[in-house]
Design a binder for this molecule. Structure first.
Ligand SMILES: Cc1ncc(COP(=O)(O)O)c(C=O)c1O
Length: 401
């Protein structure tokens, strides 16, 4: 873990860039090039391990963004990828070989579950899935050939938190690399490396980029791990386009202010929903009385912009509520400036077996919100209007009955 020179708002804006006085552009230039010219062949050999050789290996625009993210996460280094899935799959593939074993929590992103259950077995790598909040299950699942403990915190869509200190200690005790999908937390709300987690992964598509206009991924961690993952990235070829890296850097500059606003608005909305007569449950750990409130306060600066709630009605009713919203756009994804709404059973968890989904607590009545940076009163007004659909139905049923 690295020491921070500045507060995170400052790191978000100035991280990765030199503060030395110079004559030059304020904005980081985009090196929109596939390759780099050299003066002679000796120079060509020297360039191979730099960010001015060939863009699949690296690129100066990438370097600035990678340094910025490493600074924010408090890690030695970071790497950019063409998507969150590319960051996660490449990192995992780097750390395992045939015959190895992975322990993963059950509530992780469905795409990662698919990779672990449908792709890795073809390479002779097995995964045991364990209950998200049961450290005993994590411990019991460890075998002599376990190489990775993979977690996600907060989780989608239940916003469950995993105790990072416990997981890191378990990994260290058994000499196993701990990896976290920290997409929902962002380095503004939690820096997993500070709790001892080895490798921090993100779908940068979400909060980091923040504007719903690009797909990207990040891995951040110790330099020995990042060096190995860099080799895998170069071979697998899932590097990021320099222009997308520039957009990500622009997004990062407002990350702190966006996430702080999203934390505040999501909590207000969670409180509003908790008091609403048509809402049966709200999942947001910063709500007083939530089972994980204490852990949330210990580990997170805020619980982020995503929350989910269950309505008093059927799956059909949840559809009607989500479709009656107008400021919350009906779309998958999360973490950006625009507020979004989705039904987990039809989107993020559609590919999960209904029985397992039930075990995870994901119901047909559940609606997931990703709170953006619009005015929170306007957002609450939109939800009031959407939830009123349920009262109208009741009245109609009453009249018909
Ligand atoms: C928690 C989480 N991790 C990883 C991913 C995959 O990221 P990407 O879509 O950028 O590949 C997603 C996508 O929704 C996600 O929500």
């Amino acid at each position: 873990m690295k020491k921070h020179k500045f507060h995170q708002e400052t790191e978000a804006v100035r991280g990765g860039t030199s503060l030395h006085k110079k004559n030059g552009p304020l904005a980081t230039p985009i090196y929109q090039t596939s390759t780099f010219e050299v003066t002679d062949n000796h120079e060509q050999v020297r360039a191979t391990d730099t960010d001015k050789f060939y863009t699949r290996y690296g690129n100066p625009t990438h370097t600035v963004v990678e340094n910025s993210i490493a600074e924010l996460e408090g890690t030695d280094a970071a790497l950019l990828f063409s998507s969150g899935m590319a960051a996660i799959t490449t990192s995992i593939l780097t750390l395992v070989k045939a015959g190895d074993h992975i322990v993963a929590q059950r509530d992780i992103y469905g795409g990662v579950t698919k990779f672990l259950t449908q792709w890795l077995p073809k390479l002779g790598i097995e995964t045991t899935f364990v209950d998200t909040n049961d450290i005993e299950q994590h411990a019991a699942a460890i075998r002599t050939n376990t190489k990775i403990i993979h977690i996600e915190s907060p989780t989608n869509p239940m916003v469950k938190i995993v105790d990072l200190e416990e997981i890191a200690a378990l990994g260290k005790k058994h000499n196993i690399v701990t990896t976290i999908d920290s997409t929902f937390a962002t380095p503004i709300n939690c820096r997993p490396a500070e709790w001892g987690i080895d490798l921090v992964l993100h779908s940068g598509t979400k909060y980091l980029a923040g504007h719903g206009d690009l797909i990207c991924g990040v891995a951040a961690g110790r330099s020995d791990l990042i060096e190995q993952i860099h080799k895998a990235r170069t071979t697998l070829g899932c590097s990021m386009d320099p222009h997308a890296a520039f957009l990500l850097l622009r997004g990062l500059k407002t990350l702190a202010v966006r996430v702080q606003r999203q934390n505040e608005s999501a909590l207000r909305i969670a409180e509003f929903l908790s008091a609403h007569p048509k809402v049966t449950r709200v999942h947001y750990p910063m709500l007083k009385g939530h089972m994980q409130y204490e852990l949330a306060r210990k580990q997170l600066a805020g619980a982020g912009g995503v929350l989910s709630f269950e309505i008093d009605g059927t799956g059909e009713d949840a559809c009607r509520v989500s479709e009656a919203l107008s400021l919350f756009t009906l779309a998958p994804s999360l973490g950006g400036v625009d507020s979004l709404v989705s039904l987990p059973v039809l989107t993020s968890h559609a590919m999960i077996d209904p029985e397992l989904r039930k075990k995870m607590g994901v119901t047909e009545q559940m609606i997931r919100l990703s709170v953006g940076v619009e005015n929170v009163e306007d957002l609450i007004g939109d939800l009031e209007k959407g939830l009123a659909v349920l009262s109208r139905k009741r009245e109609q049923v009453g009249v018909m009955g």
